[in-house]
Design a protein around this ligand. Sequence first.
Ligand SMILES: Nc1ncnc2c1ncn2[C@@H]1O[C@H](COP(=O)(O)OP(=O)(O)OP(=O)(O)O)[C@@H](O)[C@H]1O
Ligand SMILES: [Mg+2]
Length: 239
Amino acid sequence: MSKQIAVKGLEVSYGSVEAVKGIDLDVENGEIVTLIGANGAGKTSTLQAILGLERVKAGRVEYLGETITNQPTHRLVRRGLALVPEGRHVFPRLSVNDNLSLGAYTRSISKAELQRLKEKVFLLFPRLLERKQQMAGTLSGGEQQMLAIGRAMMLSPKVLLLDEPSMGLAPIVVKSIFQTLKRINEEEKLTILLVEQNAKMALGLAGRGYVMENGKIVLQGSTDILAHDPGVMKAYLGL
Ligand SMILES: Nc1ncnc2c1ncn2[C@@H]1O[C@H](COP(=O)(O)OP(=O)(O)OP(=O)(O)O)[C@@H](O)[C@H]1O
Ligand SMILES: [Mg+2]
């Protein structure tokens, strides 16, 4: 397997607040890797630094073997890194259909290709097809999350970075969305880096995981092992 993303000694600070304190993290081609941790652990900061949305203070980010540290986000997006941000951020006053069209805005693609991509999204999330002309702001939380993922899929990404897709959603909705992520990973061979506070669901979906506390990786390994780690069970699984 080849490395899709490699993070080495990554540091991110906000003024005097050190949010990420020198972490190493790899994602191999075709893997689902999860980064779990409590509020304020530094998960979002890590994703944003990978994508050039926050400045990397020290360390290095590599994508497909090439250093991309602090490169402009739009360039990284064009090269195949797509983020589904925390809180979803769909365009509330635009229809589902227009949200998807905007998802592909960074790429100059034909109308036929745009249509083909949308149809793929509608196959993944049939609910979105039913609500194609509905204003995104009137969708349920789960549907908005589907739309946020669908919008990222319009970029035909090589790597999908997801920031807490389960946030605020009922367990059954989370289950359905995670099943679709699994399908995307298997059918499209899409590599996924999943940031989550919902450790139970994330460890169930991913093959490998990292546990982040106070800006540091405190534990890593196969999710089978992490899910049975006494510290993880106590702190994150409520067992
Ligand atoms: N723009 C900012 N300015 C100042 N401090 C920030 C900023 N963004 C994040 N922080 C701080 O950095 C630390 C890490 O935040 P981050 O959002 O990366 O955590 P997180 O793991 O994503 O948390 P959550 O699960 O709540 O989303 C926190 O202490 C937070 O207060
Ligand atoms: Mg966060």
